[in-house]
Write a protein of this length. Structure first.
Length: 240
């Protein structure tokens, strides 16, 4: 299992307080989150019912499923890839999302709502733009596209895959999706999609999410690439 300080990627931030308050330093790197000041802070109270879910927020599962998992992510985040598809060197966990889909989403018990927390570079922002275009145009193919994006992920940040050209090349390999249509939609609605990204990130920050991946379900914040058992307990507690 990944060490508690090595479960999520976090933005570079330095918090300086007064004489009686210690500073905390967070920074991201290829090895994942490193936090000199301690674990990611958890707010006293969170509730998934307070998460705003609008028509522009992609999701899988039934809209009226009894349990909702809100999930903030970055398409360049290696810990998000570890949770979604696995196969990340140095992050030795089994991917939780495929199991959650089989056991809870496909059986009507869980809805997973995907939120943007794009902070690892220009490719992160571009991927999130296409995320919204795919959702607007091909909602039934959204999760297949998302999975393909994480499978194609390379080094964290703007290191190769993830720019517009490579995303369009990937889209052309997915049956039933038109890359030209999506490119035109991104150009047309870029301002609105950027506003959605910013709103998602600000919302996550209000809940105490400072890196990726970050999850809220019920009244629990799950910070980082946790094991399947952590997610299952949080969901099962709500299904009792």
């Amino acid at each position: 299992m990944v060490d508690t300080l090595q479960k999520f990627s976090i933005p570079l931030a330095i918090v300086v307080a007064g004489a009686l308050i210690a500073g905390a330093l967070y920074f991201s790197g290829r090895g994942g989150a490193q936090n000199v000041g301690g674990a990611q802070p958890t707010p006293a109270n969170v509730n998934v019912k307070d998460v705003k879910v609008g028509p522009g927020d992609p999701f899988i599962g039934k809209a009226d499923a009894p349990v909702t998992l809100a999930y903030w992510s970055d398409y360049q985040c290696p810990f998000c890839k570890a949770v979604e598809v696995g196969g990340v060197e140095g992050i030795n966990i089994d991917p939780s999302i495929p199991n959650l889909v089989r056991e809870y989403v496909d059986t009507g018990k869980l809805r997973i709502v995907f939120k943007d927390f794009a902070f690892l570079g220009n490719d992160s922002v571009t991927a999130a733009l296409y995320e919204h275009a795919v959702w607007d145009t091909y909602p039934d193919k959204f999760f297949a596209w998302r999975t393909a994006m994480f499978e194609a992920q390379d080094d964290e940040g703007d290191q190769g895959f993830g720019d517009e050209a490579s995303i369009l090349a990937l889209i052309k390999k997915i049956p039933g999706m038109n890359a030209d249509t999506l490119k035109a939609l991104v150009a047309q609605k870029k301002g609105a999609y950027m506003a959605d990204q910013q709103a998602d990130r600000e919302e996550g920050a209000r809940f105490g999410i400072s890196g990726t991946p970050g999850f809220i379900t019920g009244t629990q914040l799950i910070a980082g690439a946790e094991s399947l058992s952590v997610f299952k307990k949080a969901i099962d507690d709500q299904l009792k």
